[in-house]
Ligand binder design. Structure first.
Ligand code: AP5
Length: 191
């Protein structure tokens, strides 16, 4: 099984939570750009230091930096063999175009894009309850503003390519997972 999936959705909508389950179920590597940047920060690299400051403010790391990180990851043999769950990338139109270009060059197109739909009030509550370093009220506000301006347009971008499915992200994690799985399985069986 080499599922290639993009998971979209507001910050705090449960993308990472669902990806942990999807990895177990479908056996594809989880490529979370947020996790990659946080790991770089913990390693104390120059990239991690710069990215950490940007993340704490709730801003986006520049597109060219993200292209480099993700392209390198997508070229790894585990992705070629098992596919990929892309979480947090793409999140700007430029990143979407770059992803399309890279996957086309690799000859491995996407199977599906899922938009996990959760209202602003609910995601805000979830993030405040989680309390990650960038889950301050100010940074959450900026992240959600960036989402509306730069990431929400990707819903249409994936729709135009007949890849998009919207999944209700409200409810228990198990219920959401069952909805996500139903979409993926239908897509993989060509329905
Ligand atoms: P990133 O790590 O991607 O953070 P984010 O976008 O803020 O998304 P989250 O991880 O908060 O949300 P999630 O949807 O994964 O929710 P989760 O499952 O954790 O990015 C961090 C930063 O890195 C960015 O701000 C940016 O600076 C930089 N960055 C990353 N990618 C970039 C890119 N491509 N370009 C530029 N910059 C980039 O769930 C949230 C909470 O809700 C958890 O506590 C969870 O337990 C809970 N929860 C989950 N599901 C449910 C449910 N069904 N019911 C109730 N609670 C639930």
């Amino acid at each position: 099984m080499a599922l290639r999936l993009v998971i979209l959705g507001r910050q705090g909508s449960g993308k990472g939570t669902q990806c942990a389950r999807l990895v177990e179920h479908y056996g594809c590597p989880h490529v979370s750009t947020g996790d990659m940047l946080r790991a770089a920060r913990e390693n104390g690299s120059e990239l991690g230091r710069k990215a950490g400051e940007i993340m704490d403010r709730g801003d986006l790391v520049p597109d060219d930096v993200m292209h480099g990180i993700v392209t390198e990851r997508l070229q790894q043999p585990d992705v070629a063999e098992h596919g990929v769950l892309l979480d947090g990338y793409p999140r700007t139109p430029d990143q979407a175009d770059e992803l399309e270009r890279v996957l086309e060059a690799l000859g491995t197109p996407l199977d599906v894009a899922i938009n996990l739909d959760v209202p602003v009030a609910e995601v805000t509550e979830r993030m405040l309850a989680r309390g990650r370093e960038d889950d301050t009220p100010e940074a959450i506000g900026r992240r959600l503003d960036h989402y509306e301006a730069l990431t929400a347009p990707l819903i249409e971008w994936f729709g135009e390519r007949n890849l998009l499915h919207v999944v209700d992200g409200l409810g228990a994690e198990d219920e959401v997972f069952a909805r996500v799985r139903a979409v993926i399985d239908a897509r993989l069986s060509g329905q």
